[in-house]
Design a protein around this ligand. Structure first.
Ligand code: 5GP
Length: 115
């Protein structure tokens, strides 16, 4: 899938609505449409890059800083007991959207997801 038909590029451009949590010149964060737990969010670079193998260092660094900032907000909004930071690359690793993104997943004792 090229950047032209990429769902996350369309969210970045405002062509598809999203529940936005954060935005700056390089990065956007919004709620996942199909959350594992309430508050499950994504951190997405504005410039299209398919995987961690394609992303520029400065953008990756900014994504990490934003992920920590949004994680703190999710924790205080949800009162979650734990939080997974997850990043999938290629189908064999569970990547469905070919635009780099970091998952922030609030977790609770015994919720039974992932680990
Ligand atoms: P992946 O499996 O690629 O790591 O995760 C893609 C994530 O994007 C999934 O958790 C999925 O629910 C989410 N997603 C897919 N399409 C949309 C959309 O149009 N809007 C939002 N907010 N999330 C989406």
């Amino acid at each position: 899938m090229g950047a032209g038909s990429c769902i996350f590029c369309q969210i970045v451009e405002g062509k598809i609505p999203s529940a936005k949590l954060y935005e700056d010149d390089l990065v956007i964060s919004f709620l996942d449409i199909n959350p594992i737990n309430p508050g499950h969010s994504l951190v997405v670079p504005k410039k299209h890059a398919a995987t961690i193998f394609d992303i520029d260092d400065d953008v990756l660094a900014k994504c990490a800083v934003v992920a920590a900032r949004v994680a703190r907000a999710i924790r205080s909004a949800t009162g979650c007991e734990g939080l997974n930071v997850l990043q999938n690359n290629f189908r064999s690793a569970g990547q469905l959207i070919d635009h780099f993104h970091i998952h922030l997943i609030p977790r609770y004792e015994g919720d039974g997801f992932l680990t």
